[in-house]
Unconditional design. Structure first.
Length: 307
């Protein structure tokens, strides 16, 4: 047992199990890349006391930092308290193996410190990136637009330019990114706003899309579900349905020689139909100006102007 008498308030140090007061850590050895973090679980015994305990770490390599959650606690009498130690390694921390001393300082009289050692192996940092879209479901109506946020996170030392895009778009739906490309700082993030617009003729439905970021070497992607809403309405002058007409059908029919024509019957009459390269209204061929003027065949009119 490593122990030292307390003189002038100097703490007694216990560093092994012979003291009966063991500070425990899990794991005891770990590897972590430059620019990354690692967590340890700390078990703090009461050591037969009911006093506050303050946690600390010594032996950190250059650029590394630590934090405890919580940094101080009071274990229950004859029980154990718990804390989480997080060690963050900088991108500039030298590669190597580092023994760290985790200490628990008890505010007793005399004070004493319990100690446990962990090994942190610093490796060459990753050069990677991840992307995320929020929200992951975007609902827009026909003739409208919606926005989502794309977040690009650098893992390790990655800081290359990335071009952004999306695949799987349905017809009559467009997308823009603002900005269209991003460069996240090392171990940092960058964002772009996705704007999707649905045209008036976009087909309602649910569409699984893929948002991607690429730099010529690799591509990273994230899912986005687009929901286009809105009804497909019939012509505003149509209310009755579809009528079929052949040559010789009377009022309400549209026809041309040698075939079958389709006409829409409604409150304002029957649409002028295009059949066989000509326009017809009640068996009568009508001029182009009639069609371009969006005129209709009145239900009670027997004749219209013909060519």
């Amino acid at each position: 047992m490593l122990a030292r008498s307390a003189m002038a308030g100097e703490p007694i140090l216990f560093a092994d199990q012979q003291s009966g007061c063991v500070l425990a850590v899990d794991p005891t050895s770990v590897s972590v890349g430059q620019g990354m973090s690692v967590a340890f679980s700390i078990r703090v015994p009461s050591c037969g006391l009911t006093v506050p305990v303050v946690l600390a770490v010594t032996g950190l390599p250059a650029g590394a930092t630590y934090s405890f959650n919580p940094p101080a606690l009071q274990p229950p009498a004859n029980g154990v308290g718990n804390s989480t130690l997080t060690v963050s390694v900088a991108l500039t921390t030298p590669v190597g193996s580092y023994p760290l001393n985790v200490t628990a300082s008890y505010a007793s009289s005399p004070p004493f410190v319990s100690l446990v050692r962990v090994i942190v192996n610093v490796l060459i940092g990753l050069d990677e990136v991840s992307i995320h879209v929020s929200p992951q479901v975007l609902s827009i109506g026909r003739g409208e637009y919606g926005t989502a946020t794309l977040t690009v996170t650098s893992i390790g030392a990655f800081n290359s330019n990335l071009l952004l895009g999306v695949s799987g778009l349905p017809s009559n739906v467009t997308v823009t990114f603002q900005p269209p490309n991003v460069t996240p700082p090392p171990a940092g993030t960058a964002q772009s706003t996705i704007r999707m617009s649905a045209g008036n003729t976009a087909m309602p439905g649910t569409y699984p899309l893929t948002v991607f970021a690429a730099n010529g070497t690799f591509t990273r992607s994230a899912p986005l579900t687009l929901v286009v809403t809105g009804e497909i309405l019939p012509s505003p002058t149509s209310s009755v349905g579809v009528a079929f007409a052949v040559i010789g059908i009377g009022v309400g029919g549209a026809a041309a020689g040698g075939g079958l024509a389709i006409a829409m019957s409604g409150r304002q009459g029957t649409e002028v139909m295009d059949f066989g390269g000509y326009y017809y209204c009640r068996k009568h061929r009508v001029p182009l100006w009639y069609v371009e003027g969006k005129l209709w065949c009145p239900l009670h009119q027997r004749h219209v102007r013909t060519e």
